[in-house]
Ligand binder design. Structure first.
Ligand SMILES: [Zn+2]
Length: 361
């Protein structure tokens, strides 16, 4: 559920989330990877590694060796670690996705058995539930053992109107009812004794009020560079490496920016990718946002910020059904999602995964 912040499930009164709160397992929150934007977070949940390993640094980014830019691409081969569906398909376990970043095309020749594409924002949750139930009704030898699906959550509404707007809560209630519908329809098929549901979000959301134009700062000091900016982390690829010191000084003129050369990025941030991290990386905190041009209709809600210092970035993790003991547990991390799924499926967890198995029973 896109953008569903950790504090939303408890706002449910008679929907899927209140049912999960009483009969399922609820984690305090799901800590996203950094930067906490939709593409890196979805890929981290699917691979069990951070963006410095899987390479999806943001929804759009630049690769200096390919000399090519990625932008909301359906091309799976940009992902540099095997996604969970490809890992399972290689073991002859059928999988399905109804919209998940990177699952629309084969990953290095490994195709997914069932996948809906191309991505469309206008497909309703009802259609996804219908398809999920159809997949679950297939004969055993055709049925996928893992189904992953992206739902709207509150993301678009929250970006547009901000978290204080009533429309955000209204959208949450809508998603809560769809979740209840999914649970009820699985119940009607008597599948809860062999099916586990995991509900996650990709990131939280916070309100912002200040845009920082990075391109303009560079231009003012006549520094030529390619910029690849997310809301919270920006990568600067210099045309002339001798400009490094001058560019850092130019960017530091804005007091809301933290500026580091590639070599000085703290390793715990897991943002240092060999070919997709800029010569210079700029960081900002909310309520600031990095942009490459001024926007007359700027977003009010935003995410992407460092989850270690901004609690509003934390998302949700709930589980229900087969092998789930109703419980409240502490915070879990997005890189834990893939190993936890493999553990439920009783499939060996590959060494490259950085997360741990979340105890569900
Ligand atoms: Zn998102």
């Amino acid at each position: 559920m896109d953008g569903l912040r950790y504090d939303y499930p408890e706002k449910s009164q008679s929907g899927g989330f209140s049912l999960l709160a009483s009969e399922g397992l609820v984690a305090e929150s799901l800590i996203p990877v950094y930067q906490s934007t939709t593409f890196p977070t979805h890929v981290s949940m699917a691979t069990g590694v951070h963006p410095d390993k899987h390479g999806i640094m943001h929804n759009s980014f630049y690769d200096k060796v390919k000399d090519d830019s990625y932008s909301y691409s359906p091309e799976a081969n940009w992902i540099q670690i095997k996604p969970i569906w490809a890992y399972l398909e290689e073991k002859n376990i059928k999988t399905a996705t109804y919209f998940w970043v990177g699952s629309e095309t084969p990953w290095n020749g490994i195709d997914i058995t069932y996948s809906k594409f191309p991505f469309s924002n206008s497909v309703s949750e009802e259609s996804k539930i219908d398809q999920i139930l159809d997949w679950l009704s297939l004969p055993d030898d055709e049925k996928p053992r893992l189904i992953m699906s992206w739902w709207h959550g509150i993301d678009s509404v929250a970006h547009k109107y901000g978290m204080k707007d009533k429309r955000v809560l209204k959208k949450f209630i809508d998603q809560d009812q769809h979740l209840l519908n999914l649970i009820d329809r699985i119940k009607a098929r008597r599948l809860w004794d062999k099916l586990t549901l995991i509900v996650v979000s990709d990131h939280g959301m916070t309100d912002i009020s200040n845009l920082i134009n990075i391109k303009q700062l560079l231009k003012q000091s006549e520094i030529k560079a390619k910029t690849s900016l997310g809301p919270a982390v920006g990568h600067i690829f210099l045309e002339d490496k001798n400009d490094l010191k001058r560019a850092i000084e130019a960017l530091q003129k804005n007091k809301f920016l933290k500026v580091k050369s590639k070599d000085d990025i703290h390793k715990d941030l897991k943002l240092n990718h060999p070919t997709r991290t800029g010569d210079i990386v700029v960081f900002t905190k909310s309520p600031n946002m990095l942009v490459s041009r001024m926007n007359n209709d700027p977003p009010i809600g935003m995410h992407g910020y460092n989850p270690e210092v901004n609690k509003d970035m934390e998302g949700i993790f709930l589980a229900y059904g087969y092998k789930i003991k109703p419980n409240k547990i502490g915070k879990v991390h997005q890189v834990d999602v893939a190993p936890t799924i493999l553990n439920l499926l009783q499939v060996e967890i590959p060494d490259y995964m950085e997360g741990k198995v979340i105890k569900l029973d």
